[in-house]
Design a protein around this ligand. Structure first.
Ligand SMILES: Cc1ncc(COP(=O)(O)O)c(C=O)c1O
Length: 390
């Protein structure tokens, strides 16, 4: 008889079950919980996009396999987006459409990393990165970022971690979990280091459109000398509240795209045809769809930051982008696990303990303001009660 304990690969045995999933599984056992844990827009996809998507599916008979890197029409719509929004001139052969940004990230790493390579990851980080690196056998090297710097990566901390084996640097702006946004000057400094040390940059820009106070996202690939060494990862998930459609993409050199296609063709075949039509509909839709959601996020951000800072023992800076607040809990004298635990069991509020985002995340909890203001108000009341022990 087969020994069940022997059926799993070393990879499957060693990869950790995602901490955030564990938290949601646990929170589901509680009633009347307010979840500030989920990193997903609470908005539904705009009906204009949904209707147009299905119209296109019928009209174009999009019920078949598509090319491995996606429909040419979608890749061309992405080219237009980059020209118009990011001042980045590309052509459609420099784009691959994938099953969400998540798969674009995995694909980029599978395409570029060998077991002896090192990849630099600013800490705190989106928890998928080290696990995706793990699947390639390469090594994650963490570069600490600090609240006093607005969680922006500093050149001297980055340079300290570069070795002969360093091949890739991952950037995430706007950032999950800290909300930090790297400006043009920050990115210029990083690009100089990348060029000097011959590093490839994976730039995860999934929250590109969610930037506040009239500021604009800046794309590192548009800096001199960076287009040929950057893989820009992007997504329809947050931009258009299209998480369930699972559609994203990578933009990089034709040569890297061709190699990504080799791997993607064998395990994804192609991205979903229906979702690709939805993505075309989205890119051709009015920009007011994005603007409306962003105004709401900005209002929520202003509300929650002001309210959290009124609670004794915790504090937070105003994030410049994404829809997260990274709340400093150090004055409570408790760990992020303890605060998460107390908020869940006593307050029925779900937050994510900072250590789930790396060593630098300890002393913080992540709050997602992906709920309407009246629910956020109730959550704040509950948090105050637990933290101030009213
Ligand atoms: C920083 C970051 N990158 C990538 C993703 C994955 O996005 P997608 O839904 O496009 O796979 C997420 C999702 O939460 C994210 O937070």
């Amino acid at each position: 008889m087969m020994q069940v304990k022997d059926i799993f690969s070393k990879r499957a045995k060693e990869i950790a079950y995602p901490k955030i999933r564990e938290i949601f599984d646990r929170a589901n056992k509680f009633e009347n919980v307010i979840s500030l844990g989920i990193g997903e827009p609470d908005f539904d996809t705009d009906p204009m996009i949904i209707n147009k998507a299905f119209e296109l599916v019928k009209e174009k008979k999009s019920t078949h396999y598509t090319p491995v890197p996606g429909y040419k029409e979608l890749r061309e719509a992405i080219v237009t987006k980059y020209e118009e929004e990011n001042k980045l001139k590309i052509n459609y052969e420099e784009v691959i459409v994938t099953h969400g940004a998540q798969y674009a990230l995995t694909l980029a790493m599978l395409t570029l990393l060998n077991p002896k390579d090192e990849i630099l990851i600013p800490d705190p980080y989106y928890p998928s990165y080290p696990s995706q690196v793990f699947l390639t056998g390469a090594t994650s090297v963490f570069v600490p970022t600090f609240e006093k710097d607005g969680f922006k990566i500093k050149a001297k901390n980055l340079e300290k971690k570069i070795t002969k084996r360093t091949k890739l640097l991952i950037l995430n702006t706007p950032n999950n979990p800290t909300g930090a946004v790297l400006g043009k000057d920050d990115l210029k400094e990083i690009s100089n280091i990348a060029i000097k040390n011959d590093l490839i940059v994976i730039s995860d820009e999934a929250y590109e459109t969610i930037v506040y106070d009239g500021k604009k996202h800046f794309c590192i690939a548009s800096l001199p000398g960076m287009k040929e060494r950057t893989i820009t990862i992007n997504s329809f998930s947050k931009r258009y509240a299209m998480t369930g459609w699972r559609i994203g993409y990578a933009v990089t050199t034709k040569e890297i795209i061709r190699n990504m296609m080799k791997i993607s063709g064998y395990n994804l075949s192609c991205p979903c045809s229906v979702s690709q039509q939805a993505a075309i509909a989205a890119l051709k839709s009015t920009s007011s769809i994005i603007r409306k959601m962003n105004l709401e996020y900005e209002e929520r951000r202003n509300f929650i930051v002001a309210e959290l800072n009124k609670i004794k023992g915790i504090s937070c800076k105003k994030p410049e982008g994404a829809f997260y607040v990274f709340v400093n809990i150090k004055e409570t004298g408790k760990s992020s696990e303890q605060i998460y635990n107390e908020l869940l069991t006593k307050g029925k509020v779900v937050v994510i303990p900072g250590y789930a985002f790396g060593k630098q995340g300890e002393g913080y909890v992540r709050i997602a303001y992906t709920l309407p203001i009246d629910r956020l108000r109730e959550a704040i009341k509950r948090i105050r009660k637990v933290v101030e022990k009213e």
